[in-house]
Design a protein around this ligand. Structure first.
Ligand code: HEM
Ligand code: HEM
Length: 186
């Protein structure tokens, strides 16, 4: 099933969720390694990969938001209280916001540093705004703070998903897994 249904996430939503989850976790490691790597051609390559995958994620989140808007979303299992449902929606909205702000703040660092780069070494990426050291410092702080907040929210998100599965024994996790097409309701 390509589209979401009342019972489960469709193939496109699942693919976007898991491809983006893997890429975002890779970006945390890649960003950290690139920043701490000694100055060398390899460091520059690590940054080209970091920035190119980051801008790809910015494109993917736009596709994901549009896909979500034109689709229905699965209803929560009956055992989920209205308060839990509201908290889940708040958490998911925060994750969407972070998926947008994280690459945007990175793009601002790159532009204010006046440091051009080629997307996967291929097409030159235009700078958003002129070079400015003060703005670059602010954008670097914002990018770092967002990284810490992102990690914290993802840890809570994963813990909530595992709690649904192992403690509450409902189908919230299984209906997001690539393999499940026939959800069980509890
Ligand atoms: C979801 C997307 C992204 C994630 C998860 C991410 C994550 C990170 C992390 C963990 C770091 C190391 C910690 C830090 O110093 O802030 C970092 C650094 C950096 N990122 Fe990203 N990033 C993303 C997108 C981007 C994009 C799109 C660009 C540029 C086009 C970018 C440019 C940079 C730069 C220049 C640094 C070094 C900052 C410094 O020297 O303080 N990032 N990123
Ligand atoms: C970088 C990592 C991740 C990000 C950014 C992320 C983001 C999101 C977002 C935004 C949603 C809401 C979908 C929507 O309402 O449109 C969602 C749903 C979900 N995520 Fe993640 N996720 C990540 C990793 C994970 C992991 C590792 C797991 C499993 C342990 C997981 C399990 C789930 C489940 C089960 C749902 C469906 C919740 C429901 O049906 O209401 N996620 N995720």
């Amino acid at each position: 099933m390509i589209f979401n249904t009342e019972q489960s996430w469709g193939a496109v939503a699942k693919a976007l969720h898991w491809i983006m989850a893997i890429l975002i976790l890779t970006m945390f490691v890649l960003g950290w390694v690139a920043v701490t790597y000694p100055l060398s051609p390899t460091k520059l390559d690590l940054f080209i990969w970091h920035k190119s995958i980051g801008l790809s994620l910015l494109g993917l989140v736009c596709v994901r938001v549009i896909w979500r808007m034109v689709n229905t979303t699965p209803t929560p299992p009956a055992v989920v209280s209205p308060l839990e449902h509201t908290l889940a929606r708040l958490g998911h909205a925060t994750l969407y916001l972070l998926m947008i702000l994280m690459p945007l703040s990175g793009y601002v660092i790159n532009s204010t540093a006046g440091f051009g780069f080629r997307f996967f070494g291929w097409v030159r990426v235009p700078n958003l705004i002129p070079a400015n050291k003060a703005w670059q410092d602010i954008a670097e702080t914002v990018h770092f703070v967002l990284f810490i907040v992102f990690v914290a929210v993802i840890v809570i998100h994963i813990a909530a998903a595992l709690r649904h599965h192992f403690v509450r024994n409902n189908n919230v996790l299984t209906r997001m897994l690539p393999s499940s097409s026939i959800p069980h309701e509890k």
